[in-house]
Design a protein around this ligand. Structure first.
Ligand code: DX5
Ligand code: ZN
Length: 232
């Protein structure tokens, strides 16, 4: 897979979600759905009923990012509700292997997310259980925050870890990703880009997705990690 763009509906108009999903349907790869529970993060968004409704009405596959305290209990239900990818947080999961397997057992892709201060290396042995690593580039909870450059070294290490294991694991970045930061992410090793405010605060969300993709593809084409991958 090459560059993938996953617009986050956190910055969309929640009263017009089907329209907001349709606005990026032809140009994006995923629709990123941020589930927050007021406990794991200090914000509250949406849950299973909205994911079920979006699954019926949105053309794009749903990329559910669970920022909740009990992912072990709830994550499989999001897969059953139709999410094509379900990402749980390393900081919240008590039984990540069991939960990642339960997500895959329903037929969904399984993601593991890391806050800016959480290291990926302790989870290296779990890579066979994971389809996507999500590195948060802000502290999770809100859209429109400033991108944290301090995460870029971790992103490079995560890309090396995945390459060393020969694994087909996508690397997603989420938070503060926009036209001023997406190239740095691509250059450091990301291949799936979540963008909330950069897409939905734009007058033309589809054009914003296309512009981000063009920037990310250009940076990826010049990235050292990608050259190594091409050489095998
Ligand atoms: C924040 C969420 C993000 C959020 C990103 O915790 O996980 O998905 O929508 O918003 P922007 O792209 O505006 O930083
Ligand atoms: Zn998110």
């Amino acid at each position: 897979m090459g560059v993938q763009i996953s617009p986050s509906i956190l910055s969309a108009d929640y009263a017009r979600l089907a329209d907001e999903a349709a606005a990026v349907a032809g140009v994006a790869d995923w629709l990123h759905v941020d589930v927050m529970d007021y406990h794991f993060v200090p914000n509250l968004t949406i849950g299973l009923p909205v994911v079920e409704a979006l699954h019926k009405h949105a053309a794009l596959p749903l990329d559910c990012h669970l920022m909740i305290d009990e992912p072990d209990r709830w994550a499989p239900e999001y897969a059953e509700a139709g999410a094509r990818n379900v990402t749980i947080h390393a900081e919240a999961a008590h039984a990540p292997v069991r939960t990642l397997r339960a997500i895959r057992a329903v037929g969904s892709r399984a993601g593991l997310a890391f806050n800016p201060g959480t290291a990926v290396e302790p989870y290296a042995d779990l890579l066979p259980e994971i389809d996507m690593l999500l590195l948060m580039t802000v502290e999770p909870g809100f859209g429109g925050q400033h991108f944290l450059d301090i995460v870029l070294p971790k992103l490079r290490r995560a890309r090396s870890l995945v390459a060393d294991r020969g694994a087909e694991i996508w690397l997603q970045v989420d938070g503060g990703v926009h036209e001023g930061t997406i190239e740095r992410c691509a250059e450091a090793g990301a291949d799936v880009f979540v963008a909330g405010s950069a897409v939905y605060d734009s007058d033309d969300p589809a054009a914003a997705v296309q512009a981000l993709r063009a920037q990310a593809e250009d940076a990826t084409a010049h990235a050292a990690w990608n050259a190594r991958r091409r050489l095998g």
